[in-house]
Structures are given as C-alpha cells and as structure tokens.
Design a protein around this ligand. Structure first.
Ligand code: ARG
Length: 451
C-alpha cells in the first residue's frame, strides 16, 4: 500500500511483529460499515459517482459475506483488517476500489471501527449484567425474609436477611450498568473525516457519515480524534470494577459453600471434583472468577501505560490497545454468563443461615439501643452491653440467658425481649435497612426496573 517510496520489501520479522490482523479481524463488520458510510459521503463530495458507490457497496458486502462464511483469507502481509478489506475490494472490483481511501486514513478508520465495536459490546455486556442481576433477584425473592448473619471483618456483626445480602450485589451491578451507559454516551461520536491527523482538503459531510453510523455527533478536533483512547480506558476500568464486584461475590460464595459455613450448595453442574480426593466438590467457577479479575486489572494497566508517554497524534503503540480490550470483553462476557447460571442454580440452606443468625451476640447492639431508649447515653450503653458480653463469655452463658439486672440497675427484665430475632429484623425499617418489608419492597422495585 505504500510501496512508492520504498526500495525494499518489509522484512518477514517486521511483518510478524507488526501485524494486527490476527486479532483485529473481528472489526471487519464495523470496518465495512464505516467504509460504506465513507463512500456515500464521497458521492456527495463528487469523488465517486453513484454507480461507483454501488459497486463499492456491493463489493464490501460480498467481502463481509465471505468473511462470515469463513471463506476469506486474511493475510499478515496486509497487516490489519483495514488493509485486508481494502485490498480485497480492489482485487474484486478493480480500480474503483482504489478510490475508497480518499480523504481517509487508517487512523480515523481504526478509531471509528473501535468505537462502533465498543458500542455493540457495551450493549451486550449490559444485557449480561442484567441477566446476573435477575439471577440474584430470583434468589433474593426466595429468601427475602430468611435471616443470616451480616459480617464486618468477617466476624458476625448484626442480623440481616439473605435477600438483603444478595440485593447488595444487585446495587453494585446497577452502578456498573450506569457507568457503561455513561461511557457509551461519551464514545458515541464519529472520528471519520479526521484523516491521518489533519482532516482533508476534500470536503466530506462528516455529520451525514455520523448519522449513518448511529453516532450522536462528530469529534471536534482531528488530532484528538486520532489519539483518543479514553473510551477504551473507561471500558477497561468499567470491566475491572465489574470484575471486582464479581470477585467479592465469589469470595462470599466460596466461604458460604465451605463445610464451616454451609450456607449454600452450588449445583453439581457448576462445581468440579478432585482427581485424588473422592469427596471433594470445589467452587472453581467462583475461584476462576476471582482469578480473572487480576487479568481485567492487568489489561487496564497495559492500556494506561501504553498511552501515557505518547506525543500527538497517532503512534503505532496505539495498536496495543486492542488485545487488552478484546481480552477483557471476552473475559467479562463469559464470566457474567457462567455466574448468572450458577447463582440461579445454587441452593441456599436457610436453616444453617438462620442457626448462625440466631447467635444472640448479633443483637448486642439492639440491647444497647434498648438502654438508649431508657435514657442511657449511647457510650454508656455500649459499655454496659460490653460488660454483659464479657460476663457471657466468662461464664459460658448465652447472652440472652444472663440475668442482666445483676450487671447494672439500668437493665430491666423486659430488656431480654430484644433477643427475639424476628422482632429485631422487623424493627430495621429505616430506608436501606433489612426489615423483611423493606427487602420485599426493594425486590418489587428491582422487578419493576429490570423485569
Ligand atoms: N493496525 C493499526 C492499529 O491497530 C491501524 C492503524 C495503523 N495506522 C498507521 N498509521 N500505521 O492501530
């Protein structure tokens, strides 16, 4: 494509080193779509006749068909998807194909293709996040009122319900969705017409190209348009944070499925055995999910590092944006799918959760609240309950069976009523708190929002 000024052919090793076709072939649809829009604008600009446009359009569509049928032979000599398609077009339709690249560079082409690709992937990933939310929601609905300990520092803290715990993940995922939507808005502008870096002396109707490609607007600065990879960093960050959320869910499920907790049994279909220990059933999906999060973070770091020292505008370093992007997208797609399926199929052992939540220590704070309602300042109430806890531990007597009145005259026999777990949960009625009525209302709200 650039043989004019070169006396030597590109070295084989350089071709091998620099090719991107082995991974950017997946931009073929977007490349062809962008080329058709670009060619249409060339008709308006007087570069192509309507006839030539139709020839180009038909030629590009035929190439797309060949690619989709697996009949297109990609060549590393032609470096990337853009040159592969353009060269095939010219081979197929003759000199008209050679007109297509007027007023265009691979720099604005790749920027356009990647934005189109990302837009599509964001929509797919959003759909998959919603699928996972729905799986969590269906479990939350089954267990809206079932008590379970809530932990801080992985020490039992206060009782919540299983539904409340699972809805926490639905919240995280909804923030992930809104971040993706935000990124989508920002990336949805058309760089086509920016050329290599300085636009073109040939006037193209950039707005019409943008409209045809479903972009909301055109980019404002040709140099920025060529160099901008912010949207990729945003996507890689968004996917990293989804990974973090899934990794936390994984950690909960790994703990919950241990014999020590036994709060959940994952289905046989979503676990694996041991080649040596016949009794084993391992939560591999959750572990791999936790592990893949490192890879998502790594991809974000790779991109941020690749762009940090680049002068304007395009530098070939930018080709390093694609593998991390594709890898993170492939990783998150599969991770979301398998986790949704696994969450849907898991069995929560409400009896074991309830048994753990019945530990009266979990209501020590409620006892302090009772003293507060009796007029005891909270700091003092905290201390009085702390003494009761120490007594319970020292005498090996459950907290709810102590004679509290012996600890301090501020206690009255009615204080022991705080240890009724169902009442204690029902009392947590503040917005965001886990009373069963609140949790059921939240489930309704989520159902209305995501179906
Ligand atoms: N394969 C290149 C990439 O992915 C396409 C753009 C090449 N542009 C250039 N001036 N060499 O970034």
């Amino acid at each position: 494509m650039w043989k004019g000024r070169f006396a030597q052919k590109t070295a084989d090793l350089v071709q091998q080193f620099g090719e991107s076709i082995s991974f950017d072939w997946r931009l073929y649809k977007h490349d062809i779509r962008g080329s058709i829009a670009h060619a249409r604008a060339q008709v308006k600009a007087g570069i192509l006749t309507q006839e030539e446009f139709e020839k180009i359009e038909a030629g590009l569509k035929a190439i797309q068909e060949r690619i989709e049928k697996g009949e297109f032979e990609f060549s590393t000599e032609l470096e990337d998807i853009h040159l592969n398609i353009e060269s095939a077009l010219t081979a197929d339709i003759g000199p008209t194909g050679a007109k297509l690249h007027t007023a265009r560079s691979r720099n604005d082409q790749v920027a356009t293709d990647t934005r189109l690709y990302c837009r599509e992937e964001i929509d797919e990933i959003t759909r998959l996040v919603v699928q996972l939310q729905k799986a969590l929601l269906s479990q939350a609905k089954k267990h809206a009122e079932d008590p379970i300990p809530g932990y801080t520092h992985l020490q039992r803290g206060q009782p919540v319900t299983v539904g409340h715990h699972l809805l926490a993940y639905v919240e995280m995922l909804s923030r992930d969705i809104s971040r993706l939507a935000d990124t989508r808005k920002r990336l949805n502008v058309s760089p086509l017409g920016s050329g290599a870096l300085a636009g073109s002396t040939i006037n193209l109707d950039r707005k019409a190209i943008a409209d045809e490609l479903g972009f909301d607007d055109v980019t404002n600065n040709s140099m920025d348009a060529i160099s901008d990879r912010d949207y990729l960093a945003e996507i890689l960050f968004n996917l990293s944070l989804i990974g973090a959320h899934l990794s936390r869910l994984s950690e909960d499920l790994i703990l919950w499925s241990s014999a020590e907790f036994h709060f959940v049994t994952l289905s046989d279909a979503h676990t694996t055995g041991s080649s040596l220990m016949p009794q084993k059933k391992n939560p591999d999906v959750s572990e791999i999910t936790r592990g893949k999060t490192g890879r998502l973070y790594g991809n974000l770091m790779a991109l941020l590092t690749a762009v940090k020292g680049l002068p304007l505008t395009y530098n070939r370093d930018l080709q390093e944006d694609k593998e991390p992007l594709f890898d993170s997208i492939d990783t998150i797609v599969l991770t979301l799918k398998v986790n949704a399926e696994m969450v849907e199929a898991m069995t929560i052992h409400t009896g074991n959760c309830a048994k753990a939540a019945a530990d009266p220590m979990l209501l020590a704070t409620d006892l302090a609240d009772w003293l507060v309602r009796e007029g005891v300042p909270f700091r003092q109430a905290h201390d009085l309950v702390g003494r009761a806890v120490a007594e319970s531990i020292a005498t090996n007597t459950p907290l709810d069976q102590l004679d509290l009145t012996k600890i301090d005259p501020a206690y009255k026999p009615e204080a022991n009523a705080v240890f009724d777990l169902a009442t204690a949960l029902r009392a947590r009625t503040n917005p965001g708190a886990p009373s069963p009525d609140n949790v059921k209302a939240e489930i309704e709200r989520w159902h209305a929002a995501i179906g």
